[in-house]
Write a protein that binds this ligand. Structure first.
Ligand code: WT7
Length: 645
């Protein structure tokens, strides 16, 4: 694997200053202290300045513990003097409707919401509130309004099912739910009401607030209130004093998939997180006053939290938000938006790039993209082919292109090219170096450092601002999942290698977690959904490489006695996953088998299933309990291929 990477390929972009790797590493070494982060912390506004960098018992650290701040103040109030009339957001609907909001207008909306939340609903510091909203301008406002009063919000991706929403409401103990009537998707009006109704039947809340994007589709029922009504009597001039919270006060909980068990509620603090975002906006995105910034992610994921809402708003940037998908009404839509608003910083996923690349160059070359100056990607490794296309056709060979590695747990970017700090020569497909203040290693299973070009486990060597506080309600699991595999180091679950220049190349997950189109899914979660179907006795899910999505799930299913495999049943099983989890998690294929290959200790050997599916060598099968199971999987798969033609 290591040797297949094009290590030797250096790219330098005209007009950008590049530093040699030695210089980066030398300067970087000076930043690896908590005190460095304390000096970064001084760059944001606090109600009470912190004087302590780091404290707490491993691994429950507190950053800047004696500092007090408020995220809503940092992202809005702070701009009222100089940026009140600056555009905070250009929002474009899929139906062509446009909304433009200034920082002043956001400030107003956030104050009115915060007022209504606290006076009408009695929401107070520490209360949890769930948010289930599509990409509309009110979503950041709701998050910031809750942060203003010290409430802890948990955003649930609006593509998730009723079950997934209910599970998150229950686990976080959310008192209220904030949602919208729906949104546009590929020309269709998609309502959220049915999901909200079913979710709140399973997990009741004290009230539901509904924003109207579609208008006149929401059928009012007991317990919900439309936003217009909710805000009707709230004066436009109302001001709510931001609650100065401790640095380690939780800002939000965001659920993410792990290898086993239910999704984990990752808790992020306020102070450490704010400092990490402020610094990475400078180093990674080189954010400047005049930039027009577009992170084309969904706010339902960490990328959107950190780099659509908090990071750019803290910097007072003008951002772009788009409601729709990249290839509807045609695959030029994104580039038309870059041209229309003069986007200068653009951030998307390799999946989106590969998708758009497949339509050829015609759509991207049609538009004037000369405003672009910095390009980044996130979510999965970017293959060199996609990197080159992004670099040449989108960036027109004028923009540095990076692949920022991080995860829900890290809060912000950890490994990336840093055009706003020191920029080392680009290599197509690499992540580059850890950002200042962050140290990573690639370790062998025994904990020793892997050598150059050797694949190992990526770990973060010491605490960093933006790290999780814990897993909601489960400190033990937090400790076990992240801090026990290699003592004192944060285990990421990713494979990586370092090349001869020490550049980091993250290769993908080392565990049973899949990355489907940049969305993180646990095999276990999908398997649990499949076995909910009455005909299923057992299921194993593996990720299979896919040209566009990176990876897609395939399910191997054992039926209960009395059920026969059929196409109909395969469809039903797929629907069960759609219902229980989300459309993103639906297996591409369902392969029926009478038993699954297992080790003698009863663990499913997913590695073998993957090998059969890919027609790859099976490798070591000495721990396999029953070889016939593999033969059967092979036959079932051949049969399926035959059927699919
Ligand atoms: C997993 C985390 C961070 C926001 C989006 C995903 C993979 C992420 C990269 C990259 C290679 C990447 C890792 C990681 N990943 N960025 N630039 N190169 N792999 O957040 O849902 O928490 O997923 O995404 O495997 O562990 P997430």
């Amino acid at each position: 694997m290591a040797t297949a990477l094009p290590f030797e390929e250096y790219v330098k972009v005209d007009g950008w200053k590049f530093v040699p790797p030695e210089e980066y590493l030398k300067e970087h070494a000076k930043t690896l202290t908590p005190e460095f982060w304390l000096s970064e912390a001084r760059k944001i506004d606090w109600y009470e300045d912190p004087t302590v960098a780091l404290e707490g018992d491993h691994p429950f650290y507190r950053w800047f513990s004696n500092g007090k701040l408020n995220m809503s103040y940092l992202t809005l109030d702070r701009h009222m003097e100089n940026r009140k009339h600056k555009v905070a957001l250009f929002w474009l609907g899929e139906d062509g409707s446009e909304r433009v909001l200034t920082y002043g207008q956001y400030h107003r909306l956030v104050n009115r919401l915060a007022y209504a939340f606290s006076t009408k609903w009695g929401i107070k510091k520490g209360d949890r509130v769930a948010i289930y909203m599509p990409m509309i301008p009110e979503l950041p406002a709701v998050m910031l309004a809750l942060a203003r009063i010290g409430a802890i919000f948990s955003v649930v991706f609006s593509g998730f099912s009723a079950n997934a929403l209910a599970e998150r409401i229950k686990d976080s103990g959310a008192r209220y739910l904030i949602t919208a009537d729906g949104s546009y998707r590929r020309g269709k009006r998609i309502s959220l009401q049915e999901n909200v109704r079913r979710a709140t039947q399973m997990a009741p809340v004290e009230g539901i607030l509904v924003f109207e994007r579609l208008k006149r589709v929401w059928i009012k029922t007991e317990g919900d209130i439309l936003a217009d009504e909710f805000l009707k009597e709230v004066p436009h001039s109302v001001y709510v004093e931001p609650v100065a919270v401790e640095s380690h006060h939780p800002l939000f909980i965001l659920y993410t998939s792990g290898t086993t068990g239910k999704p984990k509620g990752i808790i992020h603090d306020t102070g450490g997180y704010a400092v990490l975002l402020n610094s990475t906006m400078d180093w990674v995105f080189d954010a400047k006053e005049e930039d027009v910034y577009w992170c084309a992610a969904d706010i339902g994921w960490i990328t959107g939290h950190s780099y659509i809402v908090f990071g750019p708003f803290m910097k007072g940037l003008t951002s772009v938000m788009y409601e729709g998908v990249p290839n509807w009404p045609d695959p030029g839509i994104w580039w038309s938006i870059v041209e229309r608003y003069g986007v200068s910083i653009f951030y998307t996923s390799p999946t989106a790039i590969r998708l758009l690349m497949r339509y050829g160059d015609e759509y991207v070359l049609k538009y004037d993209l000369s405003s672009l100056r910095i390009l980044h990607s996130v979510g999965e490794p970017i293959n060199p082919e996609a990197w080159w296309w992004y670099y040449k056709k989108v960036g027109r060979e004028r923009c540095p292109v990076g692949s920022t590695w991080w995860m829900t747990e890290t809060g912000g970017v950890m490994i990336s090219h840093t055009p706003g700090w020191k920029l080392v020569p680009l290599k197509p497909g690499t992540n580059g170096y850890p950002i200042p203040g962050v140290s990573v290693s690639v370790l062998r299973p025994d904990g020793s450092e892997a050598s150059e070009g050797e694949r190992g486990y990526l770990v973060i060597n010491s605490p960093w601002p933006g790290m999780p506080l814990s897993i909601w309600g489960d400190d033990e699991r937090y400790l076990k999942t992240y801090w026990e595999r290699f003592p004192q180091r944060f285990y990421t679950g990713d494979y990586a290698i370092r090349d001869g220049d020490s550049y980091v190349w993250v290769l993908g997950r080392a565990d049973e977690v899949m990355n489907v189109a940049g969305h993180r899914l646990g095999t276990y979660e999908i398997e649990s959904a499949i076995v909910e179907h009455e005909a299923v006795s057992e299921a194993a899910v593996v990720g299979i490489p896919d040209e566009v999505k990176g990876e897609v799930p395939v399910a191997f299913v054992v039926l209960k006695v009395g059920y026969e495999p059929s196409e109909e049943l395969a469809k039903e099983i797929k629907n069960t996953v759609r219902e229980i989890l989300s459309p993103i998690a639906v297996p591409k294929d369902v392969v029926f088998v009478s038993k699954l290959p297992k080790t003698r200790s009863g663990k499913i050997m997913r590695r073998l299933l993957r090998a059969v599916f890919l027609g790859a060598p099976l490798g070591d099968v000495t721990t396999l309990e029953d070889e016939a199971s593999v033969e059967e999987v092979k036959r079932a798969y051949e049969h399926l291929k035959g059927e699919l033609g």
